[in-house]
Design a protein around this ligand. Structure first.
Ligand code: GNR
Ligand code: NI
Length: 170
């Protein structure tokens, strides 16, 4: 088991488009476990491989109260999304400390593969649906702050650029 470093906005690697997983091997299993460990350690409810600089279509999630329902979603595909939307306060482990409302479909259907390469269908609503859409965005190289106004995004970017400059000087 290992904790993986999480890329921080505005790291350009967060804009990489992930490739489908094709090898269902031990390395994939190890990566999933390490991503789950990293997600739980950071108190996150989801983590996309993109955030740990691995550009494969792999998501881990756990939206349960008890943090005891780990999900691994491989090569997820959006099958259907509702017309109805909701605005939830989102945060991101790659943009720590920033929370803002984003409009998403309230209900989605996806298909995905498990670690054995078996295909499943999943219907998700509310927080689960929001989280899956947030994670699938990461796999497309999209970070939630890109939905905010230009002014907000500029302020967030400036804040993180400044923090990173101070980190590298220290
Ligand atoms: O931990 C997380 N919480 C969260 C809250 C609302 C909407 C989306 C999320 S995902 C986020 C973890 C993360 O950055 N996943 O990419
Ligand atoms: Ni995120």
């Amino acid at each position: 088991m290992a904790l993986l470093p999480i890329l921080c906005y505005p790291d350009p690697r967060l804009h990489t488009v992930a490739k489908p997983v094709s090898a269902f091997d031990l390395a994939l299993e190890t990566l999933s476990k390490d991503m789950l460990e990293t997600m739980y350690d950071s108190n996150g409810i989801g983590l996309a491989a993109t955030q740990v600089d691995v550009h494969l279509r792999l998501i881990v999630m756990d939206t349960s109260e008890e943090h005891n329902e780990p999900w691994v979603l491989i090569n997820p595909e959006l099958l259907e999304k509702s017309e109805e939307t909701l605005i939830a306060e989102e945060g991101c482990l790659s943009v720590p400390g920033i929370f803002d409302g984003v409009e998403r479909a309230q209900e989605i259907r996806i298909s995905y593969l498990d670690l054995q390469g078996q295909r499943h269908a999943l219907h998700a609503t509310d927080l689960q649906a929001v989280c899956i859409q947030h994670e699938m965005d990461h796999l497309m190289g999209r970070v939630f702050v890109e939905y905010l106004s230009f002014l907000k995004r500029s302020r967030i970017k400036a804040k993180f650029v400044k923090a990173q400059r101070q980190n590298t000087r220290a």
